[in-house]
Design a protein around this ligand. Structure first.
Ligand code: PMP
Length: 286
């Protein structure tokens, strides 16, 4: 049985409890991070910790423990659960006040709730899905206006995944004002020649930790990177496409709304960036 972390304690998963009054449960008033594990080590923990602090700050929340403590908790969970490849999920909510109330509780009276757990995912790096590539459909982006904050409010992304599933494909790219924002749980990219195009940062998308690393590696490999919006039509005419996220790394996209890209097989830029990303992540993991 898995060991999970809840508010200072390491407990068997079937004994892990939070209150029914927790604002994460009642109001999706919480933030999260997912850090992947390769060779039993954490990939880009510093990046995830920095984004967590930013998410908390934007919502006037504080972490109940320091980032150094969080690193130790991550490591301890990876160790006790024997994770070689997989991920660590972390969630901080605004805690459980005595009564349900829209107003934020006083943090001095209501401490935030901190939960972490691991998921083992053997084959994360050597993923057969990366050799096949994935298919996506486009769906309207009707999420709220602060997608740069990594909140646990994930209903619409879940609905997007279900729309994809119903359409017989793997994921959905969300479209707003005629341009692609991002995937349901990942950042979206197209490639034309030697140029990689991905949506510029702003309130409209989450600043992916994998995105930052992959763009850095792409520039180091002399590829041209354009951070700007692109339409679904432009994507359909691209040479290749891919997504990035902490748990999928770089994953080729081979079809958009039924239109095959690059002959329906993963493109060379996506494959190369995946290799570089995994290699560099293994080296830098802590
Ligand atoms: N956008 C959204 C909406 C996401 O949910 C995620 C994954 N959490 C990402 C982008 C990718 O972020 P990261 O590379 O930090 O996993």
């Amino acid at each position: 049985m898995r060991t999970v972390y809840v508010n200072g304690d390491y407990v068997p998963e079937d004994q892990a409890r939070v209150s029914v009054f927790d604002r994460g449960f009642l109001m999706a008033d919480g933030v999260y991070e997912v850090t992947s594990v390769l060779d039993g080590k954490l990939v880009d923990f510093a990046g995830h910790a920095a984004r967590l602090e930013r998410s908390l700050g934007e919502l006037d929340m504080a972490s109940p423990v320091t980032m150094e403590d969080l690193l130790e908790i991550h490591r301890e969970l990876v160790r006790v659960n024997g994770i070689d490849e997989g991920m660590v999920y972390l969630q901080i909510t605004r805690g459980a006040p005595a009564d349900r109330d829209f107003a934020f509780p006083d943090p001095a009276v209501t401490p935030s709730t901190l939960v972490l757990f691991t998921q083992s995912k053997p084959g994360l790096a050597d993923n057969p899905a990366a050799r096949k590539g994935m298919k996506v459909i486009s769906v309207p982006d009707i999420r709220w206006g602060r997608r740069d904050i990594k909140t646990v409010q994930l209903l619409y992304p879940s609905m997007g995944k279900m729309m994809a599933k119903k359409a017989g494909v793997d994921d959905a790219w969300m479209v707003e004002d005629g341009v692609v924002t991002e995937g349901t749980s990942n950042n979206a990219y197209i490639v034309k020649g030697n140029t990689i195009v991905t949506r510029h940062l702003g309130h409209e998308i989450l600043a992916g930790i994998t995105r930052a690393a992959v763009l850095r590696f792409a520039r180091e490999a002399q590829m041209v990177v354009e951070e700007r919006a692109f339409s679904v039509d432009e994507a359909k005419g691209a040479d290749e496409a891919f997504i990035t996220s902490a748990t999928t790394f770089v994953m080729p996209v081979v079809e958009i709304d039924g239109v095959a890209l690059g002959g329906g097989v993963p493109g060379k830029v996506a494959r190369r960036l995946r290799e570089i990303y995994i290699e560099e992540s293994r080296k830098a993991a802590v």
